[in-house]
Design a protein. Sequence first.
Length: 141
Amino acid sequence: MKIVIDRLNAAFSLTEDLVSSLSVQDLKLTLGDLPSNTIGEQIWCIVGARESYLQAVIHNDWVGFSCSLTDLGSHSHVMDSLKDSSNPFKKSIQSLDLTAKQTDYLFTLLEHEIQHHGQLIRYMYGNKLLFSKSWNERYTV
């Protein structure tokens, strides 16, 4: 189980590193004429999934989706929400004796976070934004 938690923490760190390199204006960008939401709305989904899957792990059952990130117009608020949604995993999940269902929730969250990494790569290329060093090293972008 340690490997899944380590992978989640690595994915969370990558997400936070990329978003820290973006401006508040970058968070408003879409994929041009293609059907897409904004980069900020991608981050909203990431934060909501982290918060919701943590609740599922704690309760050993899905309790619904919710997201505390309400202000996409403030870069510091977005960064705080990313950190606040990853800290509970770093602090509490490692001490739990996880059931198979809880483990499945963690794998699903990891898949979700990495799926968003793929989407964010498209947004970065599509808007000609520069990748952070950690993304260049991890994804060779």
